[in-house]
Write a protein that binds this ligand. Structure first.
Ligand code: AMP
Ligand code: MG
Length: 481
């Protein structure tokens, strides 16, 4: 503990107070030599935080000196990992410091990742390596700029403590914010305790924080479930439209808020192919790009199981009610996705088979997902060359473009929804490797591009271009644990 002056930051303790059974008071490990590497000043301002590039700021961002009233806790949760149930996961290398109130008056969790061992660490060291924390910062801020609900990254601080993985790497702490860290796995944990009061308190807390309109519904807990199904259907459609592969959609990595969480092995599609898997541990392709809607529904079924006793006293009736709501996931997802695809194509409605035929062509010709849609706006302006030159089967894409142009696509509308810049795998790897070696220039340049995804920046052509030929097929991502 330092002797820094009292904090001007206020951290509330709603979660810790409402759900003590799931909130283990815990302290962050000490940080030998904290160095602030990345700071999200816009986010800090929106949270009303004082300047953080100060000794007090660093103490907050590493959890070593907190406001007096703060109660940092490790959160308990359970979860299905790759389909297998673990009754006790929880924050093994993370801490919830407390809640901030943003400029809209909403609570935002302030959470640290890489802050040391906790009672949930099992065999892990509780620490995080710099590369994966920078990766989360980059990817989550890119998602936010794309307009996709996500946890946010506030800062990355190196600790001065090396961490040992296959090699020795610099250690770091990510400070992130989220509208909460309630997950499907939080409900699985509460249900497994067989304490109906705990489950109800957790659901009431979730309703108050995320879906307050459920309070006045005839069946508030079913309304909560319905809201989560709706939020996830929209979220997954946004992932699919932008080509985001989460990579580890375990039930402990799916939020109740509908925010994207846990940027481990995630990556953006290069060539469009529904079977794409980048994660080195996803051998069976459970979390392949094209499987994400189905997996989301599977996870929501696990949430329904956890909530069952709150739906109805009679189990058969509870199951029937749960299935009723769960069955809305697919149509909701499809509606959101279809309307998103229609917008990507610059249309108001899409004629039958136009989209399906395009997706078949994109897959068969290994076409770069992101740049294709952006180039297609150029085709709508009369120059099809940039889009068509990505295809081997020119006759088929020419026919398709002719059909599509007959629908009068609006290229300006397309440019508002089809990003120029996403965090492309080869650029992310380049930026993280340089940063780990002490050069932050490529990381800052990439951050600049991906946080302005819809606006072309002068001199940034290489950030919009597909991966070089020799990068790609064998690309793998890692959990960063
Ligand atoms: P994740 O894959 O990040 O969702 O983590 C799954 C579980 O493993 C969570 O309970 C984490 O807290 C835990 N975990 C991941 N990395 C570590 C680590 N280095 N030390 C301790 N626990 C970890
Ligand atoms: Mg996780």
């Amino acid at each position: 503990m330092s002797t820094a002056p009292p904090h001007t930051v206020t951290l509330s303790t709603h979660f810790a107070q409402a759900l003590p059974e799931m909130a283990l008071p815990w302290q962050a490990a000490d940080t030998p030599t904290p160095t602030l590497l990345l700071l999200n000043t816009a986010l800090a301002t929106s949270l009303g935080l004082p300047p953080l590039d100060t000794p007090e700021g660093l103490a907050l961002l590493t959890g070593t000196h907190l406001p007096e009233a703060a109660t940092p806790v490790a959160q308990a949760y359970a979860g299905h990992q790759f389909g297998n149930y673990s009754p006790r996961l929880g924050d093994g290398r993370a801490l919830l410091l407390g809640e901030l109130t943003d400029h809209n008056g909403r609570l935002q969790d302030l959470h640290l990742k890489g802050s040391g061992r906790t009672p949930f660490s099992r065999g892990g060291d509780g620490y995080a390596a710099l590369g994966p924390m920078l990766r989360e910062y980059l990817l989550s801020e890119a998602m936010h700029a794309l307009g996709i609900p996500t946890t946010r990254s506030l800062a990355v601080t190196t600790t001065g403590r090396p961490v040992h993985r296959e090699t020795t790497l610099p250690g770091a702490i990510l400070a992130r914010t989220a509208s909460s860290h309630l997950r499907v796995g939080s409900f699985q944990f509460a249900r497994a305790t067989n304490d109906p009061d705990l489950l109800r308190r957790l659901a009431d807390h979730a309703i108050a924080r995320h879906h307050p309109e459920a309070t006045t519904a005839e069946n508030p807990y079913l309304a909560l479930f319905d809201s989560v199904v709706a939020a996830q259907a929209t979220l997954i459609s946004q992932w699919m439209l932008v080509g985001f592969i989460h990579g580890v959609m375990n039930t402990d990595n799916m939020t109740i808020s509908g925010e994207t969480i846990d940027y481990g092995p995630c990556a953006f599609l290069d060539a469009y192919d529904p079977t794409t898997v980048y994660s080195s541990i996803d051998h069976a392709g459970r979390y392949a790009y094209g499987n994400q809607p189905g997996i989301a529904q599977w996870n929501l079924a696990r949430l329904a199981e956890a909530l069952l006793p709150l739906f109805d006293d009679n189990e058969d009736r509870a199951v029937a009610k749960a299935l009723d709501v769960l069955s809305t996931f697919k149509p909701r997802y499809e509606e959101a996705w279809t309307s998103g695809m229609t917008a990507k194509l610059g249309l108001n409605t899409t004629p039958d088979t136009l989209v399906d035929d395009l997706l078949t062509l994109l897959r068969d010709n290994h076409v770069d997902h992101t740049s294709f849609y952006r180039h297609l706006a150029t085709a709508a302006r009369g120059n099809p060359e940039p889009a068509r030159s990505q295809f081997l089967d020119l006759a088929s894409i020419d026919t398709w473009i002719t059909r599509w142009r007959a629908e009068h696509p609006d290229p300006d509308a397309m440019d508002r929804v089809n990003p120029v810049y996403v965090p492309r795998n080869h650029l992310v790897e380049e930026a993280l490797a340089a940063a780990t070696d002490g050069d932050l220039t490529p990381l800052h340049a990439l951050l600049k591009a991906v946080t302005s995804p819809y606006t072309e920046l002068p001199g940034h052509d290489r950030y919009a271009a597909p991966a070089p030929e020799d990068f790609g097929a064998a690309y793998q991502t890692f959990c960063g644990t």
